[in-house]
Design a protein around this ligand. Structure first.
Ligand SMILES: *Cc1c(COP(=O)(O)O)cnc(C)c1O
Length: 400
């Protein structure tokens, strides 16, 4: 291995998760280990289990597995479904592809609505499929809220309306791994049955925790669902959580961090967190248009507040460009996944991000184009700056 050069200043981690962890959270996690069966842990457990509900806008249960988001996916399927059950999924991009593959491995039949990976899940198509399913063979509709590979966000409220319009009894499962604390999410109001999220994206934490909000209907389904599960069994978890504890050793360090992250989000105000994400996303899209380049998401209705996927001009490899930016300007941009590998790169603007972070990132992107000889128009950075100035306002404290 060759010796790595020292890189002064901070690394710009502009991938759409994991995202940089704020100092306050790093400090909160830097604590001695505690007894996870003791009273001090109980207070922490009760605090985070209750605090996390606000972010899902639910009065119901939210379980926290020490696992990445993928673990919570597995828990969601295995706790609610039986072998041979059918689910309706929508291939919005790579994360949807992975969820479909997991369902198949678990012995679930999948019916998949295809897309060109440039839009999110279309509620009308879901409605058509459900209308055709007269026998109610479809047991769950699974959609990715923010498809992190393409930067397309599904309208979950419309999916709910579509399901209600045909009075279909399927469960609604939503992957919000890259949208929790980035984009409005109303678990109860939107009638979501299982909402899955993770720690390392909008939540500004290190990887390692997953969050799952569970409706009463999903909990009912879990009583009769036959897929095997053990570590990921919701009932063991909920039984222990009732008193603030976990059925096995919880990731205590990450839970200190989670408690701090919830406080930080509430101090800023959850709705302000969403507005900030929408604004930085719009600045990023203005930069892309200013460069004369195309955004992967082709319908503004589906624009993501968390990530913008940029299509590279023909004949230019996005990964070679990303490597040049990393080696020269110490910034990591997101890679293209699966069938769009090498053709796109992704700019993450989620989590602990502000105007100057995103301007630094966009400046690095533009300088990278110049250096790599990528054909682009000057003025993307200026367009983003103009938008941020036009919409600027001083920070205000939020009433507690
Ligand atoms: C990151 C991500 C995943 C995978 O989550 P892990 O925490 O890596 O297991 C799944 N879905 C979406 C939408 C994601 O952004």
């Amino acid at each position: 291995m060759s010796k790595q050069p020292r890189r002064p200043g901070r690394h710009f981690l502009q991938i759409p998760g994991p995202t940089p962890v704020p100092e306050r959270i790093l400090a909160a996690m830097s604590r001695q280990i505690l007894d996870h069966r003791g009273l001090e842990f109980q207070q922490l457990g009760l605090r985070v289990l209750s605090g996390i509900k606000g972010l899902f806008k639910t009065q119901g249960h939210v379980v926290i597995f020490p696992a990445s988001g993928t673990g919570a996916w597995e828990a969601s399927l295995s706790n609610t479904l039986s072998p041979g059950d059918k689910v309706l999924m929508c291939e919005t991009g790579q994360f949807a592809v992975l969820w479909v593959a997991m369902a198949a491995r678990l012995g679930i039949k999948t019916e998949v609505i295809q897309t060109d990976w440039r839009i999110a899940a279309d509620a009308n198509l879901i409605e058509q499929k459900l209308r055709a399913d007269k026998a109610h063979e479809i047991k769950a509709v699974c959609v990715v809220h923010n498809e992190t590979s393409t930067g397309c966000r599904t309208r979950i409220d419309e999916v709910r309306k579509a399901m209600d319009a045909v009075r279909h009894p399927a469960l609604l499962m939503v992957d919000t791994i890259s949208s929790l604390a980035c984009s409005d999410l109303r678990h109860d109001e939107w009638g979501i049955d299982v909402t899955v999220a993770g720690s390392q994206k909008g939540m500004m934490l290190p990887p390692g925790l997953s969050f799952t909000a569970i409706s009463a209907k999903a909990l009912d389904a879990s009583k009769t669902a036959k897929l095997p599960r053990s570590y990921f069994s919701w009932d063991d978890m909920l039984a222990s959580n009732a008193t603030g504890y976990f059925p096995y050793t919880p990731a205590t360090g990450l839970l200190y961090g989670l408690s701090e992250a919830i406080d930080m989000i509430n101090e800023e105000g959850l709705e302000n967190v969403f507005t900030r994400h929408e604004r930085l996303a719009e600045a990023t899209r203005r930069a892309v248009r200013g460069w004369g380049l195309e955004i992967q998401c082709r319908d503004p209705k589906y624009y993501s507040p968390a990530v913008t996927t940029v299509i590279m001009p023909d004949g230019h490899n996005a990964d070679a460009y990303r490597k040049l930016v990393l080696d020269t300007f110490n910034m990591s941009l997101g890679t293209g996944l699966n069938k769009i590998a090498g053709k796109v790169f992704r700019i993450g603007h989620l989590g602990d991000t502000n105007e100057l972070t995103i301007m630094g990132a966009l400046t690095g992107v533009e300088m990278g184009f110049e250096l790599a000889g990528v054909p682009y128009k000057k003025g993307g950075v200026a367009a983003a700056m103009n938008y941020l100035v036009e919409t600027a306002s001083p920070a205000k404290a939020v009433a507690a």
